[in-house]
Structures are given as structure tokens and as C-alpha cells.
Design a protein around this ligand. Sequence first.
Ligand code: GDP
Length: 295
Amino acid sequence: MFDNLSDKLDKALHVLKGHGQITEINVAETTKEVRRALLDADVNFKIAKEFTNRVKEKALGQNVLTTLQPGQLMVKIVKDELTQLMGGESEGINLSGNPSVILMSGLQGSGKTTFSGKLANFLKTKKSKKPLLVACDVYRPAAIDQLHVVGDQIGVPVYSDRDNTDPVAIAKAGIAKAKADGNNVVIIDTAGRLAVDDKMMAEISEIHKAIEPQETLFVVDSMTGQDAVNTAKAFNDILNFDGVILTKLDGDTRGGAAISIKSVVDKPIKFIGTGEKMEAIDVFHPSRMADRILG
Ligand code: GDP
């Protein structure tokens, strides 16, 4: 049975308390545990280091070692800092357009199509919106089929045009269709590739410029660890996106990618995906993610 971080810190600090003279070096020893927990959760090394330095300063400033339960105070400091780092309170999405256009971006397999359906379902059932899904992947017919399956499941219409090879034209036609049919949200699912490449970036950038979405979301598989951070940076450089969607958090990942991505691109994480079903979507809560990372 493994101790969680809270137990580990309490033990380490209690031992130190018995030794009379407590020094900065002792606190440094225990913050190493924090750093290890962050690295285990897949937080980028540099970010973990900067983070633990901040925690150390705060811990010394608050005289952690003179309190009765130093471990618990340490964990509180760490948790507060982590929550802060992941963006404080959760942020919603911009639905001010008529229709509001939401552009989904991300690599193939990240969970874009699944999340497009989840978001449509969420907006329909929780926000009383009338969404339209638009299939803009012109390379994989299976991706179009998949979006139709998802749309049928949740009772949301899907616009696609299998004869058209121009994703910009399909996106525009989808928005026109939404206007004509009275749909007040348009969710545009785009083609991803297995890795970042120039062609994919040029295409998503062109769609982005042409349709000027209210909200551009970047979808990323939380299991991909450090790669997730590099991908986020590449997409953000091109799209200056509005928010991040972390998928597959139902897996055994500790979710450290959330911290690294937020630190690198400084954009809010808006939703998380927690399963394959259409209901497996949650608004992102930094404090809950901090609990998960701390274990
Ligand atoms: P896309 O290529 O980006 O459109 O990715 P898909 O939506 O097709 O998702 C790729 C795979 O990941 C599919 O098998 C999905 O069922 C699965 N998937 C998507 N989101 C989640 C999630 O939150 N949790 C789990 N466990 N699987 C997911």
C-alpha cells in the first residue's frame, strides 16, 4: 500500500521536528517529495522545479515546522499553489454569437469527434441550445461516419458533404445551414493527423481565419504526457486558441499535463473527457485536478 503525498509529507516533517534545529535544508528535503509527486503525474521537469521552489519559499514564510501538523499545512500550500497554477476558477465558453461557432482542433485520436458530440449534448441538455455538428475531415470518410453516429446518438443534426474536398467551404456551408435551420451553436470537427505537420496546421489556420469562430478549442489526450505540451504549443502558436479540452482522464494518468499545458500556453482548461460515452464530460475544476495530482 502506497502512502499518498499528504502522509509522506507529514511523516517526513514530523521526523524533522524531533531533531530540534530545523533548517531550510530540511524543508528542501520534503519539497523533494512534492517534486517527485509532480514528476510522477507527468508534470514537466522545469515547471515542477519552479513550482517546488515557490512552495518552499511559502512554507518557510509560514513557519510550517512550528505548526502541529506540518504535513497538512504543506499539502494545503501545495494544493493552493497547484490550483492557482491551473487557472483558479473554471471558465465557461463564449456563446455570444448567433450562431456561436466553436472550432475543434487537435491531433487525430485525441478525442475531437467524441468531444464534439459530448459538447453538443452538454449544450443541448444543460444549456438548452440547438447545436449543429459539422464534419470537416475531408480525408477520412470514417470520420464523417463517426460524427453522424455520434449525432444520431444524442439527437443532434450533422452537416457533411462527402463530395466536397474543401474544408473551408464545408465549414462555411455548415454555418449557413445552421442559420437557415435555426441552430444557435455550430461545432466544427476538423481533420487531425497523428503528429503536428505543416499541412494540417495550414488547413486549420485557414478554416480559423475564414470562419472567425467565437471559440477555438484545442483537444488533447491527457495520456500523452509531455507530447501533449509540445502539441498544445504548436497549435496555440498558429491558432491562439481560447481553451483546452483534456480527454481520457478516466485512464490511469494523474493529469499532470494539465499543469504543464496551462503553464506553457497560458490558456484555460475548460472541460475534461472522462470516458467514451456522450455523458462523460465535466467542466474543469482546478482544485479537483490538484487533488488528483496529489493522490
Ligand atoms: P479524433 O480522431 O480526435 O476525432 O478522436 P476520437 O473522438 O475518434 O477518439 C479516439 C478514441 O478515443 C476513440 O476510441 C474514443 O472512443 C476514445 N475517447 C475519446 N475521448 C475519450 C475519453 O475521454 N476517455 C476514453 N477512455 N476514451 C476516449
